[in-house]
Design a protein around this ligand. Structure first.
Ligand code: FMN
Length: 267
């Protein structure tokens, strides 16, 4: 099959996934393939994904949260493959991807995509910058360029017959639970509504607050903290302390840089 167009979808609350997506995009361009990108961070952006034809390819780049796919991405009825190919790019903070790649392949298959494979790609950890510090780096860039070329080669060879296998095949691990970042000072808020606009699960009001019954839906993704121009959003002090303690332990166990990895096959 000759690829008509590669679409790179990316959900990037704090920018790491976007860097990876850009490097992949450059790789596809270098391979001479027609390539476009679309952002799928917010509910509004997810409402209008591209319309895929059988000779298109989706590369879905997403962050791993507690070994899972962010729930808003698998609650996405508008994304329909129509018999096109898909490759799942799980971006993670040098700890582990666990169930996230398998979960994404299950989702994409159920939405009409033919699976071409998946990758586990390291970026800076958005809760602990010492983890995956500086990644994607120059070596990652070379890897991602080659990965784009390999994806084209594998899909165009029409030879993705081998079934992908995972070590863990049981129920997915439970979702993580997170404390929502809050507005630090009402006086310092410039009411730009950016936090409300970029929240991937749409739980922040125009005034920067969240209804109590919606707080548990927070993904803990840090988009609102990262994007606030006034640095006026943060975890409440007790949650910040608990997160620092947890991340210190995770850092101690995962200091060694992990390699990127890609697997091709059907699912
Ligand atoms: C709530 C939360 C949970 C995370 N869980 C994991 C994890 O289980 N394993 C891992 O290696 N990285 C984990 N990370 C790190 C992100 O997957 C990683 O930093 C990713 O690049 C974030 O994408 P972004 O920079 O585009 O926001 C987590 C980050 C957050 C905010």
């Amino acid at each position: 099959m000759k690829i008509s167009k590669v679409y790179i979808g990316y959900m990037s609350p704090t920018g790491g996934v976007k860097k990876t997506a850009r490097l992949l995009h450059a790789g596809f361009a270098a391979a001479g393939v027609n390539c476009g990108s679309f952002n799928c961070l917010t509910p509004a952006q997810r409402q209008l994904p591209p319309t895929f034809s059988a000779d298109d390819v989706l590369i879905l780049c997403f962050p791993v949260f507690a070994g899972r796919v962010p729930q808003c991405l698998t609650d996405w009825p508008e994304l329909q493959g129509n018999g096109s190919h898909a490759f799942a790019a799980a971006v993670y903070g040098n700890r582990a991807c666990e169930d996230a790649p398998r979960e994404m392949l299950d989702f994409l298959k159920a939405h009409g995509f033919n699976i071409a494979g998946y990758a586990e790609l390291v970026a800076r950890h958005s809760l602990e910058p010492r983890l995956g510090a500086g990644r994607p780096n120059d070596q990652d860039e070379a890897y991602l360029h080659q990965l784009a070329a390999d994806i084209v080669k594998e899909i165009e060879s029409d030879d993705l017959t081998e079934t992908i296998t995972f070590k863990e095949m049981g129920p997915y691990k439970p979702y993580g639970s997170w404390v929502q970042p809050e507005k630090i000072s009402p006086e310092n808020c410039e009411h730009c509504h950016l936090c409300a606009k970029i929240c991937p699960v749409h739980i922040i009001d125009a005034d920067g607050s969240t209804a109590p019954e919606l707080k548990s839906k927070c993904l803990g993704c840090m988009a609102c903290v990262t994007h606030c121009r006034r640095h006026n959003r943060a975890l409440p002090p007790a949650a910040a302390k608990a997160t620092t303690e947890k991340m210190n332990k995770i850092y101690a166990l995962n200091q060694e840089p992990k390699p990127n990895k890609a697997v091709f096959g059907s699912w």
